[in-house]
Design a protein around this ligand. Structure first.
Ligand SMILES: [Zn+2]
Length: 316
């Protein structure tokens, strides 16, 4: 039995249920909801609670919120949304792409170990003075490959994982096969890849490359739906190909959906969301019916968001 921290306290992994492994309840910038609520979707908290309640009614039990501090992580917002909606939410620590002054400042940079200590403290004691503990570590690199500041954050995430056992998610850029660089660095740090989930993998249809990632022992986030660059249908054909190849229990489909966000002037949420009114139900409403049409057994489809997430969070 493995425990995982949610924003309402630890739960057993067997109680995770249907889990979306990569979403964002509020994604903007630090303190956005407290200090600049006027430029977010109106009544952001209520809006998110409504969306989560809809998801729960459709069978979504747990959501992993991969919003780091630099993306505007607000754990009190997340906790309240979880409490009022009844959806279990796992928050994260780590770092996304924004280069902080303490890494690039003229006085030099924090060290890997300094950053790792901050992540470990959040995992052990809680985020700020909230007592809310993250259940996952995140690091990110994108088009430019692993830049020097990102390497500091990635190694810090690796060392925090080695100290705490909390698993790692990496945001990556797959058209450039950036995951190979990230995994090399994690390997140097001594990380066992069964604790690593490589995210945004359905931004490519290169099944040979994706198979290579899975063969390293990683879990795979096929977590952009509907996404850009690659069509949702092409993403689903890739998902099916990996299931047919026998990797179904290492896959984690999700949406990378920003449930609340900065709303440009003149837009309503309905206008802004016209391309994806389903939001975090797009898998259930669109993708799963496609998989069924493609001949995948119904039991295997729903199990995608149960088995893969649980295996990963249990380090299997
Ligand atoms: Zn994301």
């Amino acid at each position: 039995m493995t425990k995982v921290n949610t924003v309402l306290g630890p739960i057993n992994t067997e109680d995770l249920g249907f889990t979306l492994m990569h979403e964002h309840l509020l994604c903007a910038f630090p303190n956005a909801y407290r200090d600049y609520p006027d430029i977010l979707v109106p009544n952001a908290l209520e809006y998110v609670i409504t969306r989560l309640k809809q998801a729960k009614a459709e069978g979504v039990d747990t959501v992993v919120d991969l919003t780091t501090l630099d993306l505007g992580r607000d754990v009190l917002f997340i906790q309240e949304a979880s409490r009022q909606s009844g959806v279990k939410v796992i928050a994260c620590t780590g770092w996304w792409l924004d280069v902080p002054r303490f890494v690039s400042g003229i006085m030099g940079s924090v060290t890997v170990d300094q950053m790792a200590e901050s992540f470990v403290r959040e995992i052990d004691k809680g985020i700020g003075d909230t007592g809310i503990k993250p259940g996952i570590l995140k690091s990110a690199s994108d088009m430019g490959g692993v830049t020097p500041p990102q390497e500091i954050a990635l190694r810090a995430v690796a060392r925090a994982h080695l100290k705490t056992g909390v698993p790692i998610v990496i945001h990556s850029y797959h058209p450039g096969q950036v995951a190979k660089q990230q995994l090399d660095i994690l390997k140097e740090e001594g990380v066992d890849f069964k604790y690593v989930k490589v995210d945004h993998c359905n931004d490519t249809t290169d099944v040979e490359y994706l198979t290579w990632i899975l063969e390293q022992g990683c879990t795979m986030g096929l977590d952009r739906y509907p996404g850009r660059l690659v069509s949702p249908l092409a993403r689903t054909k890739t998902l099916k190909a990996l299931m047919v190849a026998g990797y179904g229990d290492k896959l984690c489909p999700s949406h990378d959906c920003l449930l609340s966000y900065v709303l440009p002037e003149g837009f309503t949420t309905e206008q802004y969301e016209v391309l994806n009114p389903h939001r975090i139900l797009y898998l259930k409403k669109v993708v799963f019916p496609w998989l069924k049409e493609m001949g995948v057994a119904e039991g295997k489809i729903n199990q995608l968001c149960v088995t893969g997430p649980r295996n990963f969070l249990e380090g299997k």
